[in-house]
Design a protein around this ligand. Sequence first.
Ligand code: TMP
Length: 206
Amino acid sequence: MSKGRFITVEGIEGAGKSTHLTAIRDLIQSAGHTVLLTREPGGTPLGEGIRQLLLRPDLGPMSPEAELLLLFGARAEHLARVIRPALDAGQWVLCDRFTDATYAYQGGGRGLPAERIVTLERWVHGDLQPDLTLLFDLPIATGLARVAHRGAEDRFEQEERAFFERVQAAYRARAERFPGRFRVIDTDAEPDEVRLRVERALRPWL
Ligand code: TMP
């Protein structure tokens, strides 16, 4: 059985991931592949528990190091129990965020040295990288305005604009560094147009 493909979707808050993920899953499915849609942090009972801890705004300050280690703890579990078994069984895995988010948020946003992230990445999944990463990109003000309508903010959404500017710069730097794996999609458009752009990016893989 051939290995499945590992596809990740990334972007700042309000970039449109949640609107388009199920459509991406349907596209992959309609091309005849079995696909598992999952997310980070999360994807397992332990991972979802860690997600709640990471997003809760009421736990007080969290050190960037604790945040980084919790994310990789959730990721190790996700890889062991969900991602690797699915890929080994020939399924495709579509993951809402993965380690590029750690380089963007904990590296760019929090300012943690990239070497720390590299060390954990090598340890936890050095041999496994996404085959394709769709980076949803749009002006920060547009993304944050979309999120502002959603009600109670989580711990990341409470950050100031400068934080998201650093996150976005780090995402764009990742896309430039790994042009073979990344496709940057401008999501500052009507949903139908974004859908077409996503389809064009995915088509060669299907
Ligand atoms: P979301 O994916 O539902 O937008 O929320 C998850 C939040 O977690 C988002 O604000 C980004 C953050 N995050 C990190 O800071 N680092 C990571 O490695 C991942 C996967 C997510």
